[in-house]
Design a protein around this ligand. Structure first.
Ligand code: ASP
Length: 355
């Protein structure tokens, strides 16, 4: 990796990216990338040092994958997809492998991508067999005439365009299964049988890397700006634990959990999706930038701290603008997050009191 200088700092990893050679060739724009791994009640008091270290390392690995794409001149779409694929394979996050379970004991995955240069978008809901839902969302955008596919048809399309299919048990993690059992008991709902293909139930609870569960999401999202000045957004999630009746949240809904336009900004959200849908959170942040001329941080704060809070909704957003502005805003105690721009320092945060 060119120009990687480890500065280090308690709790926040600081690095400088982009060497002199890279900057000399650089056309008009410095690349930038912002990532989230979900928002919620994420607090120091309930986070073990091992768990915290695992999250920070995972955020770093994922953002560096996208940064590498951008640093060699790749597109913002490629960077978003590269980072999200890594998070989808990481069982710490509620996306792909490690997704939460619906009440019927299935992992039903949602994802969306949007290209700010063309306003083209692709989204999928309730996918159960496609290893990387984010790549499927992109395929819907690039290889079909549609914007959104759902359920078995979406998986069938994935197979048709050659995306990796897996047995649904691929997405199983013991931690998420135990969360489902707890939630169903709490709601007085029947507990479905352990999914076919899942490993046998452990004799004692899995304590290792067991993050606090209460009101914590884990959806993942990335927004990026490439050297050509184009921005893109992507979001991938398993939705909410014990969801029923084919519930779909905001993540795959363009304008709610995901939005990108070179005219304004790119946004990915995380939180209780029903509020994000009702407020069209992602598009509203961009509309404030586009029509009211707000700075990106101001627009994100306006939607999260005024509009979302007024409805008693919870969650957060990450955002990026074509001129390089980056923002994040959340009204939960924490949000897993990271950001980096060319020639800048990597910032990783988890708790609300970090910058
Ligand atoms: N927004 C997602 C949903 O409602 C959940 C999350 O952000 O973790 O499906």
């Amino acid at each position: 990796m060119r120009g990687l200088v480890l500065l280090g700092c308690a709790g926040i990893a600081l690095m400088t990216w982009g060497g002199a050679a890279a900057r000399a060739q650089k056309p008009d724009h410095h690349w930038a990338i912002v990532l989230h791994g979900g928002a919620g009640v994420i607090e120091r008091a309930t986070m073990s040092p091992a768990t915290e270290a695992a999250y920070r390392a995972s955020l770093k690995e994922a953002i560096e994958a996208g940064a590498q794409v951008l640093d060699r001149g790749g597109s913002s779409m490629d960077a978003v997809e590269a980072s999200i694929r890594i998070l989808e394979d990481n069982p710490l996050f509620n996306a792909g492998r490690g997704a939460v379970f619906a009440a019927d004991g299935k992992n039903e995955l949602d994802a969306a991508m949007m290209d700010g240069a063309t306003l083209k978008a692709g989204a999928v809901a309730e996918v159960t067999r496609t290893r990387h839902p984010i790549s499927l969302a992109r395929a819907v955008m690039e290889k079909s005439q549609h914007v959104m596919l759902a359920g078995e048809g979406a998986d069938a399309f994935a197979a048709q365009v050659g995306l990796e299919q897996v047995d649904p048990s691929f997405f199983f993690t013991e931690r998420r299964w135990q969360s489902l059992v707890r939630e169903l008991k709490r709601e007085g709902l029947p507990i479905p049988p352990r999914p076919a293909g899942a490993p046998p139930a452990p004799a004692k609870p899995v304590a290792e890397l067991e993050p606090p569960e209460a009101h914590k999401y884990g959806t993942v999202g990335v927004v990026a700006l490439d050297r050509q000045g184009n921005i893109a957004a992507g979001t991938s999630t398993g939705g909410l634990t014990a969801k029923r009746w084919g519930r779909v949240g905001d993540s795959p809904i363009i304008g709610a959990g995901t939005y990108a336009s070179n005219q304004s900004c790119a946004v990915s959200g995380t939180g209780t999706g029903e509020y994000f849908i009702r407020l069209t959170v992602a598009r509203t942040v961009c509309a404030l930038v586009q029509y009211k001329g707000m700075r990106l941080q101001e627009a994100a704060d306006e939607v999260i701290h005024k509009e979302l809070e007024a409805l008693h909704g919870d969650g957060g957003v990450i955002a990026i603008a074509p001129d390089g502005q980056m923002a994040w805003s959340f009204n939960t105690p924490g949000m897993y997050r990271a950001r980096l721009q060319e020639g800048g320092k990597l910032e990783i945060g988890i708790y609300g009191d970090e910058p």
